[in-house]
Each structure stands twice: as C-alpha cells, then as structure tokens.
Ligand binder design. Sequence first.
Ligand SMILES: C[S@@+](CC[C@H](N)C(=O)[O-])C[C@H]1O[C@@H](n2cnc3c(N)ncnc32)[C@H](O)[C@@H]1O
Length: 286
Amino acid sequence: MAQHSDGTGRWARGDTVHDNEDDEIDLQLHKAHSARMYDYYLGGMTNFAADREAAGQAIAVFPSARIAARANRAFMHRATRLLADRGIAQFLDIGTGIPTSPNLHEVAQGINSQARVLYTDNDPIVLAHAQALLLSSREGLTSYLQADVTDPAAILSSRELEQTIDLTAPVALSLIALLHFVPDDHGACRIVDQLKDALSPGSALVISHGTPDFGPADAERITQVYAAAGTEVRMRTREQIERFFDGWDLLDPGVSPTHRWRPEGAAEQEITDAQVSAYAAVAVKR
Ligand SMILES: C[S@@+](CC[C@H](N)C(=O)[O-])C[C@H]1O[C@@H](n2cnc3c(N)ncnc32)[C@H](O)[C@@H]1O
C-alpha cells in the first residue's frame, strides 16, 4: 500500500508504494511521467509540479492536447461497450493510466456485471490508485498487475492473469494510447504479435495511437517536449498502425482518427483530425 511521507494523506516527494511482490517502489514525483501528464490533460488531480510543467509545454506546442485526451477516453468507452455487447466478458487493459471515471471495468461491468478485467501499467502511481479503486469494485472481478508491456511474457505468465483471465475464451486486449511509448518499431510489433498469439479466436484487439499524419510539425514538437521530460515517444503513420492488426479482421470503419471511430454524439463532429492526431481501431481474431 501507499506510504505518504508528509503525513498529510497527500502524495509528496519520497512517497513509495508496494508492488504485487511487496517490493517498495519510489513514485519519483520530481520527474514528469506520461500517466500523470495525461491525468493533467483530463483535468485529474493525480499530477505534480514536474508533470504540470511538462504537460503545460506539451499544450503550448499542441493546444488541443486536452481535446485529444478526451476523444481518446471516449473511444475507449465506445470500443469497450461494443465488445461487451458482442459478448466478450474478459478484458486485458495494458497501459491503463490513472483511474478516470468511467473506467474500463465500469463500462464493461455496466453491460455484463460478471465481466473480468485485468489492468496493467508500469507507473507505480497507477498501482497505488488502482489498489484503492479495486477495493471499491463490487461486481465481476477486477485485478491489477504492475508490469511493463515490453515484457509481454511476464504479463501472460503472471499469477494475476491466471487468476483473472481464461486464455481459452475470448479476451478484449486494449493497448490504448500506449504503443507510442514503445519507440522501437520492431519491438512494438513483436510485443503486439506475442500478445495476439496468446489469445483465442473471437478475441479483440483495441488500439489507439498518436500519429504525425495530420500535423507532422506538431507531432515533432510534442515528441521533443516528451523527450525533454525523459519519455521517448514514437508517433506512427496509419500504415504502421495498421500493421499491428495484421491477420485479424478490422471492424468498420477500420483505422480511423479516434473521434471518427463510430462516433455517437455531436461533440465528436466538432473535432478535427489534426486536433486529435491519433488513430484508433478494433479488430477481431478469426
Ligand atoms: C496516455 S496514458 C493512456 C491511459 C489509458 N489507456 C487511456 O487511454 O485513457 C498511457 C499509459 O501507458 C502507461 N505506459 C507507458 N509506457 C508503458 C509501458 N512500457 N508499460 C506499461 N505501461 C506503460 C503509462 O504509465 C500511462 O498510464
């Protein structure tokens, strides 16, 4: 569990959390982190001075960062609803982020109260918040694993996965706004292929991913802001993102800007492709 070093109940420099193996992890609040920067774009409260400074620089070069983050969340909600409606009852969400309601398990379990969800992220502050959040998850089964997507074998062989997910039945695997934090093209494809191979027919792959296609100069500038904050980012073209779905059947409308993937409301119609600068898609394994 989390340890607050200042005794106030608020996070402070020097705070630690314990992972699944009960090892202590330093939250490194003095450094910007992508999960906390994203939390700032979404108007959350789990961000600190270093995150806000880096996120402010990102917004300075890409003023629609908040619109893009909200459009991305809305895509996650639509894709999760669709897959739960199609009968998928197991969800593996890697790169979960700091909980922001409605979270994926709330959407899935709102449709199927028995849905099982395993969340995974490599940021210890996500772990700390997930530990608190999961205590409040009453229905279905919701678990959390502290892990890095660059080691898919560790995720697939984890005790948490074994206890939550039955790999012989369909699983919705979501890698939402995650893979652009895996800079190596070859490595990213290998990770996705390894995860896909472990899933059974009827499973689904849900991806959203930043792209330079609608504003190469903006993409370059935002990549530099993240690099200066210590996070390597790799924006990918539509063609490169399509590659992640190879061999699976893309659901309509295929790889599309996030806000144009099965939009449901008027809000999406006012957004431009350049404002989101990200693609999204869902594919199913035959
Ligand atoms: C932009 S947030 C997206 C959160 C959520 N998926 C969503 O779309 O709303 C990216 C998340 O990926 C996590 N992340 C980045 N690199 C990761 C890695 N190598 N392994 C696991 N998680 C990672 C970050 O900690 C962060 O929580």
